[in-house]
Design a protein. Sequence first.
Length: 281
Amino acid sequence: MTASLLPPPFVPLSSQGRFWALVPCAGMGLRAVPPAATPAAASADPALPKQYHLVAGHPMVMHTLAAFAGVSRLLGTLVAVAPGDHFLDAYAHPAFFTVECGGPTRADTVLGGLRALEERGAQPDDWVLVHDAARCLVTSAQIDTLMDTCQHDGVGGLLAHKLADTLKTSIDGPGGVRVASTVDRSDKWLAQTPQMFRMGPLKAAIERVGSGATDEASAMEAMGLHPRLVPGGAQNFKVTYPDDFALAAAVLAQRAHGATLDRFGGARGQVAPAVGKKTMF
């Protein structure tokens, strides 16, 4: 991290609090590594965290950060990386800054990020939007919708997608795994990100729940609160398995990844790079 990337002091935008983004970027994503015997394994580097693997020709996380760069109300976007991780130094840009505060679990990384934001002037009443680095298909419009919907909410909320498929539970049976039952899906949602909560309550919730919090909403739920569900979209999925890379690349190709190009490399990446620095392209 360099000092030039730190956001300057800001005046609160409104009495409802200011907005920050936090992108946990410290995991490895081992489920995303193709099995050694598959063709995809030939081009995959198992030592490289999945958020840095190329999608549509560029590191996955840069598509994620491009979406946040398009949200003007954000005071800053903190990318929480593992200690010693300098991958993003070559992609330095005023739209985000990195802090080596990653921990062994997502909850530890988010908590480290929240503390880092406090050191940079974030207040307990400020809003923080926590987003998975591997949800590289989120759009600026979806982020704005979440902010508009939740900024006056007493708890906060998250993007989510109403479950469309029939849901089954399983049991071990003759010959392998078998269906145990069909679950009523009428009230089932797939949790997505960003998840948006006040800095103070979220930090207190994660400190209390610890690494058992699988996402920020679950930590708030453990405090007896009920976050708001804001419809997201099917394309805002988390790149988790090897096949997900091709699907994400196809969506970005359909969009022509214009947002990423415009915000980090100029039109079609024609902006000349500074000496020693990479552009997105």
